[in-house]
Design a protein around this ligand. Structure first.
Ligand SMILES: *Cc1c(COP(=O)(O)O)cnc(C)c1O
Length: 239
């Protein structure tokens, strides 16, 4: 058994190789893709080791776990992303540490985030989470707004004090027409991103791809990949 830092370094190197190979295959520059390490269920000590190994972006999906972890790591040069389904009663806490919220999927959440960000004196970057499997007007099983709802939500974010519209995020659907077709799903997200950027040119982030499908996301044009288990190990079921 090697120690934890050695293990994380080896995993990170493997993920880095995968991203570099995917960029090469797609004719993209490596700098066009940012790695976000999803540290959910893993301790603050791992976040610290990752920062020592050069990681600059981390993501969490539950405020109860994320808030104490972010507090324990507040001395580190990290950008914190919130990627989980977010209840409005957690917003006040989340805007205290999250630089970006990637899971914005309803107008009530925009209102709450705006109020919280203004109260905290912070600017919070927002991504509209897109549910490619949702019916128009509905939300996805794992959160997210249907493609038809992106424009309205994007405009709302762009006009909300304390918030900045940064782009789009998705999780490849497990059901519906895109089930098992990650590349098609991510290409659809790119088209939706192009549409959004017509009205909001600065909303350039496209967050897609996880441990299992980061290659497909890079091939489609993702600017950010969110990788958890390939770096930290397989999570116990509760995460
Ligand atoms: C957990 C999680 C990830 C990372 O998933 P892995 O399969 O562990 O890489 C990415 N995005 C979101 C929204 C997550 O909740």
């Amino acid at each position: 058994m090697t120690d934890r830092k050695t293990q994380l370094a080896a995993n990170l190197a493997q993920v880095e190789n995968r991203i570099a190979a995917a960029c090469l295959a797609a004719g993209r520059k490596r700098e066009e893709v940012t790695l976000i390490v999803v540290t959910k269920t893993y301790p603050a000590s791992d976040v610290r080791l990752l920062a020592e190994l050069g990681v600059r972006h981390v993501a969490e999906n539950r405020d109860q776990d994320a808030a104490p972890k972010a507090a324990a790591c507040s001395d580190l040069p990290l950008t914190w992303h919130f990627v989980g389904q977010l209840q409005t009663n957690k917003v006040r806490s989340v805007v205290g540490y999250a630089d970006l919220v990637q899971s914005v999927d309803r107008s009530r959440l925009v209102t709450a985030l705006s109020k919280g960000a203004v109260q905290a004196g912070r600017e919070v970057g927002c991504l509209v989470q897109v549910a490619l499997d949702a019916e128009a007007g509905g939300r996805g099983e794992r959160g997210g707004v249907a493609p038809a709802g992106i424009e309205e939500l994007g405009d709302l974010i762009a006009n909300a004090p304390g918030l900045r519209l940064d782009g789009l995020m998705t999780v490849a659907p497990l059901i519906g027409e895109y089930a098992g077709r990650q590349h098609a799903a991510f290409e659809r997200l790119m088209v939706l991103s192009t549409d959004l950027r017509r009205a909001h040119p600065a909303a350039t982030m496209v967050s897609a791809g996880m441990s299992a499908d980061l290659e497909q996301a890079v091939a489609a044009g993702a600017t950010h990949v969110r990788v958890g288990s390939a770096v930290l190990g397989v999570r116990p079921r509760l995460g």
